[in-house]
Write a protein that binds this ligand. Structure first.
Ligand code: KDO
Length: 330
């Protein structure tokens, strides 16, 4: 008697487990999968924000599947992967977009955005509409939100004091691999060299490059402080990224889901922005404790040279008339 009750309970339990498993498979199959690829680490503020805020906020209709450390696609190849239908989302930049739509170089110009809040007002202003429309038309990509990466600073393995752009003459400065980035390196007075983010640590360690530029949180996250001697606070670019999604995927969602997606993206970006700003405030001391020199050079000298070089460049010829002034007025 006891044995048969136990058997019946066991059978009922097994059936319940099978039904639950089948239902959750069915639910999972109904959900849209959003595969994102990016080269940053899983501890980077953008990754933490997307994992903590974005993914959970859309979990009722989408499975957010991020791949960090460039394990899925190499830096700079993500937009093409989205266009080909091999990827759903990426964290892209103005410099990458400028490869396809030259006007985007305006948002890659040194000393243009003033701070994190300025980036947000520029992104949400009507002036961005034609830019967003072009990204949709040419690349089949929608830009969901703007992400604050931070103020880019020089980080060198040499200990020569850097006060003005002239002091960077001959310094082999790694910049990410696109023309707009190389131009920024040149505008700073250095000798820029392109290199993928994932190779920078080893290149600093072996001396293949003299330095690199990134915001302080990235320098910490990628452990560049282990293989460099100084950080020069030029703040030459208030750097941004955009959260990008395949238009085809986006269009497959209901209007309600699309609205939730935008909100989740904005909320994650705000969360990440606050985290990144806090880290930027705290990290100078962290690097000093690690034995690095951290100091502010003659920022006016850098700003004057960089702005002049951009305005005289081929890039500025592609910028819509009056746009710099409009951005400055925001
Ligand atoms: C970099 O390669 O230095 C850079 O900071 C460029 C950014 O646009 C962004 O792609 C970032 O790398 C990566 O996400 C790694 O943090």
């Amino acid at each position: 008697m006891r044995r048969s009750i136990t058997r019946r309970i066991l059978l009922a339990l097994t059936a319940a487990i099978v039904v639950t498993a089948m239902t959750s498979v069915a639910f999972a199959a109904d959900k849209v999968v959003l595969r994102l690829s990016s080269v940053n680490s899983a501890t980077d503020a953008r990754a933490v924000a997307l994992d903590t805020v974005f993914g959970p906020a859309i979990a009722d209709f989408a499975t957010f599947e991020p791949h960090w450390n460039g394990t899925l696609f190499k830096q700079g190849t993500e937009l093409e992967a989205i266009a080909r239908g091999n990827l759903d989302m990426s964290i892209t930049s103005a410099q990458e977009l400028a490869e396809f739509i030259p006007e985007f170089s305006i948002f890659s110009a040194g000393y243009l955005h003033r701070d994190a809040a300025h980036q947000v007002s520029v992104f949400n202003n009507d002036l961005m509409k034609p830019f967003k429309a072009q990204v949709e038309e040419k690349l089949g990509v929608k830009l969901l939100t703007v992400i604050y990466l931070g103020r880019r600073q020089l980080n060198l393995r040499t200990d020569k004091h850097i006060e003005t752009p002239e002091d960077l003459a001959g310094v082999k400065l790694r910049m990410p691999g696109s023309a707009a980035w190389q131009f920024l390196g040149k505008a700073l007075g250095a000798n820029p060299t392109p290199m993928a983010f994932t190779e920078v640590y080893t290149a600093l360690q072996t001396g293949a490059i003299d330095g690199q530029d990134n915001p302080l949180p990235t320098d910490k996250d990628a452990k560049f402080y282990e293989v460099t001697k100084q950080i020069v606070l030029t703040s030459h670019l208030v750097d941004l990224n955009y959260l990008a999604i395949s238009k085809k995927k986006f269009d497959s969602l209901t209007p309600d889901q699309q609205a939730k997606l935008y909100k989740a993206a904005d909320d994650a970006s705000e969360w990440g922005r606050q985290r990144q700003l806090k880290l930027e405030d705290e990290l100078a001391q962290f690097f000093k404790d690690k034995g690095l020199k951290v100091y502010t050079p003659n920022v006016d000298a850098f700003r004057t040279r960089v702005q002049k070089m951009y305005l005289e460049s081929e890039y500025s010829k592609t910028w819509p008339k009056g746009l710099v002034e409009k951005i400055n007025a925001l």
